[in-house]
Design a protein around this ligand. Structure first.
Ligand SMILES: Cc1cc2nc3c(=O)[nH]c(=O)nc-3n(C[C@H](O)[C@H](O)[C@H](O)COP(=O)(O)OP(=O)(O)OC[C@H]3O[C@@H](n4cnc5c(N)ncnc54)[C@H](O)[C@@H]3O)c2cc1C
Length: 417
């Protein structure tokens, strides 16, 4: 077990990046690129530079006007609800496409709340036969021989960010072409992404694999060529596995003689330790609530953040640096490294107040400290029945009309322009 230590994050950003690299010398991956500096200020800058009209037009293109907001939303630097409200107020009806995409985040999160650790296993039987080969070294090292896939993997490893289309293409290549285990691949993605999020990530992999969707997702060469502007295809000499019609790809990829069955994965349990017995109260800051404006920071108790190997041990270096940027903006937060239980015991903490999360690991770790969970509002305060979580379209049927309500311009007034 790693020994408990209190950390002092340097104010100077470059020094801070070096400090994190030194403390987490085992962490894999590259340094955090300047355009991904963490924290609320940087999240707000990105939010303020959104162009929702361009987004609606070209978001599917790899160099389209996507927002790059996901790491900031994932870590709570900016909340989904304030982001949604800001975009709706600024762009009115023109923002509908982007607002629908924001809602996907809320949807996956609500599915995680509803299903808990079941999202780590196949929620439904796959609709085609999928297989479970280990993730290949070729994938892990970006040496598949396909210029497009290798470039996507390299981008993931170097920056921690991938455009949505690249995530889809890469996931479908890994699951349906290479026949690798989606769960192993999802864990790999989650560890490498700056926005790594169990709900959005693992459920998206299930969506691609067809264990949480009505059909498998796969792509073809035309689509990759079109949305990358021929960037890879123009000079590619490889035998393209994506070439062919949808019908050809279905025949080639899916063996209809095999019977698809759902597979269960075990989730390592966190042993719940004995109650602390100490008297003091503290605010526990976890990695989904990293905003200097978080209202729990107003509480008159110590505020404690822990880099805990049980939670962050598999995270890449750039993500740990992103976290350090975020925490650095939050004045008065103690930063520790080690086992959360040991840290809180050493600090004499008996009870914690913190933000609610669907993450059962965090819940188990904090159980000995009789946590008070502060609820986080969903996108809309209406009851969504579990039946609607089966597909995004069903959730959106219920939630969409309420959250999109109140546009300044009606559809008819816009169409007259
Ligand atoms: C295999 C796979 C793994 C993924 N893993 C993650 C993950 O770990 N964390 C994560 O935040 N997203 C994940 N996504 C969803 C999506 O790809 C990213 O949210 C998006 O690409 C982030 O870039 P952006 O902020 O520029 O997105 P934009 O296109 O600008 O979208 C704006 C915001 O809307 C939300 N959003 C858009 N599309 C989705 C979606 N399909 N699902 C959920 N939210 C969405 C995100 O919060 C995003 O920041 C994954 C998708 C796939 C196919």
């Amino acid at each position: 077990m790693i020994s408990v230590q209190k950390l002092t994050l340097p104010e100077d950003r470059l020094e801070r990046l070096h400090y994190i690299k030194r403390i987490f010398s085992h962490a894999h991956g590259s340094d955090l690129a300047p355009q991904w500096a963490g924290g609320r200020r940087n999240g707000l800058n990105k939010l303020n530079s959104i162009d929702a009209l361009a987004y609606a037009r070209n978001r599917q293109f790899i160099n389209g006007a996507v927002t790059h907001l996901s790491p900031y939303l994932r870590h709570g630097c900016i909340s989904l609800n304030e982001t949604f409200a800001s975009v709706k107020a600024r762009f009115d009806l023109h923002a509908e496409k982007l607002l629908t995409e924001f809602a996907r985040r809320d949807y996956w999160r609500q599915v995680w709340y509803a299903k808990g650790d079941a999202i780590y296993s196949e929620i439904e039987p796959p609709k085609v036969c999928i297989a479970y080969a280990p993730l290949t070294e070729a994938v892990l090292q970006a040496k598949t021989g396909l210029p497009c896939m290798d470039a996507f993997i390299q981008t993931l490893l170097n920056t921690g960010y991938l455009h949505h289309h690249a995530r889809l293409w890469l996931a479908s290549y890994i699951v349906h072409h290479l026949k690798c285990d989606w769960r192993q691949a999802a864990d790999w993605f989650e560890a490498r992404l700056l926005d790594g999020d169990i709900a959005s990530n693992h459920l998206s992999w299930q969506w691609v694999a067809s264990t949480y969707s009505s059909k498998p997702y796969f792509t073809n060469k035309d689509s990759i060529a079109r949305f990358t502007g021929e960037k890879y295809c123009a000079t590619c000499k490889a035998k393209c596995p994506f070439d062919g019609s949808a019908q050809h790809l279905v025949q080639h990829l899916f063996d209809k003689t095999l019977i698809p069955i759902a597979r269960q994965y075990s989730v390592p349990a966190i042993a719940v330790k004995a109650s602390s017995g100490h008297p003091a109260l503290a605010v526990f800051i976890h990695d989904e609530m990293l905003s200097p404006t978080h209202d729990l920071l107003q509480q008159p108790f110590p505020k404690i953040f822990v880099f805990d190997p049980q939670i962050h041990g598999h995270w890449s270096l750039n993500r740990l640096q992103f976290l350090a940027d975020c925490i650095n903006e939050m004045h008065g937060v103690e930063v520790w490294l080690g086992d959360t239980y040991e840290v809180l015991m050493q600090r004499g903490v008996g009870q914690v107040i913190t933000q609610d999360t669907p993450n059962k690991k965090i819940k188990a770790i904090l159980t000995p400290f009789s946590p008070t969970w502060q609820r986080v509002a969903h996108l809309v305060n209406i009851e969504v029945s579990e039946k609607r979580f089966k597909r995004f379209s069903r959730y959106w049927e219920k939630v969409g009309p309420t959250v999109l309500n109140g546009f300044k311009n009606s559809k008819s007034s816009l169409s007259k322009r």
